[in-house]
Design a binder for this molecule. Structure first.
Ligand code: GLY
Length: 588
């Protein structure tokens, strides 16, 4: 294994405008795991070396991430895995997104008034059943083996700089309850909780006991019996409505990946209830039609490219707002949204030197607020020695989820991803006119409301109902080319997950950046509402000015998603974790 650390900006054909930060990167001959934590990536590689495949490794790395980064993901959350199996050339998606407890719909009035991190915000966790099912169907080792590294870590690990930062932020945000939450997660007293620093050794003993049962008895141990009772009690005590029957009813769902061809590569990504893949397919479809307008040779920081990217994102997010929801509950016009002719139509609407009127991207609605912070998600990319690949994103939503701990598990606040306004916000008069007149589309519901924290506009299709999954932004993606898997990527970061993943796909496929360059390059984000083009501070000032001159409204924000990527190179695999999260790739 050769591991290179770079203290300099990555060299590239676009070095003049490359990132001012660099990503730790890895060149591996055979296999690689990239994640937000070196310990989690190492857990994945341990499983690969023990005879596991990419699926087993993704499972081990994800469980380990839940231990060492309890603010981002874990058994209390859910996610999406995109799997590519080299032997059959087949890809599939396993959706283990949280579901709404049966009683949530009846408590909508309360849910709207409550803080997003509360008992009512807890959805039925999906991770344990999801990972176990993933390994049972597609893995090479028993699930119990994948649990081993996480169990070891739960008995003792060193606090990373990123975890230390998250602990400090939590205590600063919630000076009274924050220290109690941290004390509970690490089984320490309140005072020690406030003093935890990077490098300190901690354990998660309650979680270790839960992981032991998970290893011995499988996921049923979390969905019935003592752990399930502890989860229900903790949520009930916090005013939530999660019931034992909700836990018993949870099942992961296998789904068909979405696919789009972009610059002679085949991009695979995830379908609803995540909106991430749909927006990525739409945006890549639009950008493919405008390749001459954004001039690939000018590089990823060129204003023409970023303007086209922002316009493509606005179209994608506007369609998310109008249409997306859990496909089990609404008829989604996916064939239309994924249609190359529709992408061409949207591409033709883009103007080189100005933005469109707000309504030309979608429907008129109330002004949203600034999108929130986004530490509650994690992504793992894996490629194994036989060319299998897994892109797996998991989440507990906001940092430390609902801030409720049971059996050592930090529970999600994923119900925050539903649009929860009590009243329909009203159907804008122009809505029907904006929908292309194809049979059936006019009758789709169109009540634009917003998700509480991320201020994502949504329709009736994303209102809670028993057993329903809220729309997600998670975007695990795999690119296939002549040599099999060429790129595995995905990101954390609320709605910015979509923009970050999309930019890594384009950085690699269109601009030829390597893994390190692609994850480190400054990113932008636009989600249509609010009308703000967020950009990272590394973007050159003249680019920002040029975007402003085109009618964009640029605003700087510290980071736009946390991503990682594995890219096939001539002699093996290049892998990089995001310098914004302090993660690391490991391989051999
Ligand atoms: N909770 C973040 C997402 O699923 O989009």
């Amino acid at each position: 294994m050769a591991l290179f650390w770079s203290a300099l900006a990555p060299s590239s054909a676009f070095a003049g405008t490359a990132a001012s930060v660099s990503a730790p990167f890895l060149h591996a001959r055979h296999a690689a795991v990239a994640s937000d934590s070196r310990a989690a990536s190492a857990a994945g590689v341990e499983i690969l070396k023990a005879g596991g495949n990419a699926v087993d490794a993704a499972c081990a790395a994800t469980l380990a991430l839940g231990v060492v980064n309890p603010f981002a993901s874990g058994l209390g959350g859910g996610g999406f895995a995109l799997i590519y199996l080299a032997k059959t050339g087949k890809a599939t998606v396993l959706d283990f997104r949280e579901t709404a407890p049966a009683a949530l719909a009846g408590r909508l009035k309360d849910a709207v008034g409550l803080k997003p991190q509360s008992g009512l915000s807890v959805g039925v966790p999906g991770e344990a059943r999801g990972l176990a099912e993933l390994v049972r169907r597609f893995g090479a080792l028993p699930f119990s083996r994948c649990v081993e590294p996480a169990l070891r870590l739960a008995r003792g690990f060193a606090v990373s700089p990123w975890l230390a930062q998250q602990i400090r932020d939590e205590i600063e945000r919630n000076p009274t309850s924050g220290p109690d939450l941290i004390a509970k997660i690490f089984s320490v007293d309140r005072q020690i909780a406030t003093q935890l620093r990077a490098g300190d050794r901690v354990a998660r003993l309650a979680l270790a006991a839960t992981l032991e049962r998970l290893q011995r008895e499988g996921p049923a141990s979390l969905y019935a019996g003592d752990t399930a009772a502890a989860i229900v009690d903790a949520v009930t005590a916090a005013g939530g409505v999660l019931a034992p029957a909700d836990l018993a009813a949870f099942v992961p769902i296998e789904r068909q990946p979405l696919a789009v061809d972009f610059l002679r590569r085949h991009v695979l990504t995830v379908p609803p209830p995540s909106a991430g893949g749909t927006i990525i397919v739409e945006a890549l479809g639009i950008l493919a039609h405008r390749v001459t307008a954004w001039k690939r040779e000018a590089g990823p920081n060129a204003p023409d490219y970023l303007h086209n990217l922002a316009e493509a994102l606005k179209h994608g997010f506007a369609d998310r707002a109008r249409f997306l929801g859990d496909p089990a509950f609404s008829r989604l016009p996916l064939a239309h949204l994924l249609d190359a002719r529709y992408h061409r139509e949207l591409a033709q609407r883009i103007q080189p030197d100005r933005v469109l009127a707000h309504d030309d991207y979608g429907t008129q609605m109330k002004s949203p607020t600034e999108p929130a912070r986004d530490g509650g998600t994690a992504h793992v990319s894996v490629v194994d020695k036989t060319g299998n690949a897994v892109a797996l994103t998991s989440t507990i939503n906001l940092e430390f989820g609902a801030r409720i701990v049971a059996g050592g598990i930090v529970l999600n606040d994923q119900m925050d991803d539903f649009t929860t306004a009590t009243e329909p916000c009203g159907e804008p008069p122009s809505f029907a006119r904006r929908v292309p007149s194809r049979e059936g589309l006019e009758t789709l519901p169109g009540f634009p409301c917003q998700t509480p924290v991320f201020a994502l506009t949504g329709s009736q299709a994303n209102r809670p109902a028993p057993g329903k999954r809220p729309v997600s932004s998670m975007s695990p993606s795999i690119v296939l080319g002549d040599r099999g898997v060429e790129l595995v990527t995905g990101a954390a970061g609320g709605p910015r997950i979509v923009s970050a993943t999309l930019q890594i796909l384009i950085d690699v496929l269109a601009f030829g950046l390597d893994a390190q360059q692609a994850v480190a390059t400054p990113r932008v984000h636009h989600q249509w509402e609010p009308d703000i083009l967020y950009y990272e501070p590394g973007l050159p000032a003249e680019t920002v000015k040029a975007l402003e001159n085109k009618g964009q409204r640029p605003t700087s924000r510290p980071d736009i998603g946390k991503a990682n990527a594995i890219v096939r190179s001539r002699s093996g695999l290049d892998a990089a974790a995001d310098p914004r999260s302090g993660g690391e790739a490991v391989g051999y």
